[in-house]
Design a protein around this ligand. Structure first.
Ligand SMILES: NC(=O)c1ccc[n+]([C@@H]2O[C@H](COP(=O)([O-])OP(=O)(O)OC[C@H]3O[C@@H](n4cnc5c(N)ncnc54)[C@H](OP(=O)(O)O)[C@@H]3O)[C@@H](O)[C@H]2O)c1
Length: 246
């Protein structure tokens, strides 16, 4: 169903993983999509080629979401290319698993810069530059609902994302913009699987009612719904997308 026809969507961190799948699904629903990436130039280009091969419209735009200068330029370039932005998906994120006692200043700062300041930077631009009646979906995590050692700074950053979501929803509601966050459970991407023994992945999979981890498509379908006008009355919410894990 092309229910996002005539919409323009900016997806941060769309070169790989969940973001790439979200971009493909938004394009399949009719949106023109901006594939933001920070370093994966080739992978981002492949996402655009895939979308164009299926009749969609997409472009890559490099920007480090943690840099306010980059994000300001990203919004300016996106609007100058497509004329507007209707949908903002704050997907870009990093996760560094360490016990709090072993976490370096650099690891802590990296997660705060990308996960918190990245979202803050885009929301600040979106406040005046996102179109009236637009939609914003930010990415949190279901790990916020269970207490897992080694996830301390990561869940702290995502808790901040949920709070920014709630406050920002109240700040931009007068422009018809709805703002939500989603909390995926463990999902089959590099961020989750890299360096994890199969036994650990299986243990986390067993926490879901379906005895499996999520696939990027499980998440992308929900994002497409939240980006549509049908979801307009949902705002300031955090929605678990985790197969009943938590
Ligand atoms: N996978 C899971 O189990 C899971 C569970 C819950 C929540 N999440 C959240 O879902 C989101 C997507 O995760 P994923 O699993 O798809 O991760 P992923 O496979 O590691 O992909 C991360 C994406 O973010 C981009 N990115 C990283 N730093 C960036 C920066 N500074 N500026 C712009 N883009 C940047 C990467 O692009 P480059 O390669 O170009 O840097 C890449 O496209 C994250 O917010 C994550 O916290 C994931």
């Amino acid at each position: 169903m092309k229910n996002l026809r005539n919409k323009v969507a900016l997806i941060t961190g769309a070169s790989r993983g969940i973001g790439a799948e979200v971009a493909v699904h938004l394009a399949n629903a009719g949106a023109k999509v901006i594939i933001n990436y920070s370093g994966s130039y080739e992978a981002a280009g492949e996402v655009v080629q895939h979308i164009k091969a299926n009749g969609g419209d997409a472009i890559t735009m490099q920007a480090d979401v943690g840099s306010s200068k980059d994000v300001k330029k990203l919004f300016e370039d996106a609007i100058s290319y497509y004329g507007k932005i209707d949908v903002l998906i704050n997907n870009a994120g990093v996760m560094i698993n360490t016990l709090i006692k072993d976490t370096t200043d650099e690891d802590f700062t990296k997660q705060m810069d990308v996960n918190v300041k990245g979202v803050f930077n885009t929301l600040r631009e979106a406040a005046t530059k996102l179109s009236e009646n637009g939609s914003i979906i930010n990415f949190s995590t279901s790990v916020n609902r269970i207490m897992l050692p080694t996830y301390g700074p990561y869940v702290a950053s995502k808790a901040a994302v949920e709070q920014l979501t709630r406050v920002f929803a109240k700040e931009v509601g007068s422009r018809g913009i709805n703002v939500n966050s989603i909390s995926p459970g463990p999902t089959n991407t590099e961020l989750f699987t890299k360096g994890k023994p199969e036994a650990v992945i299986n243990r986390l999979a067993s926490l879901s009612a379906f005895n499996r981890i999520g696939e990027p498509e499980d998440i992308a379908r929900i994002v497409v719904f939240l980006a549509s006008d049908e979801a307009k009355w949902i705002s300031a919410q955090n929605i678990g997308v985790n197969g009943a894990m938590a």
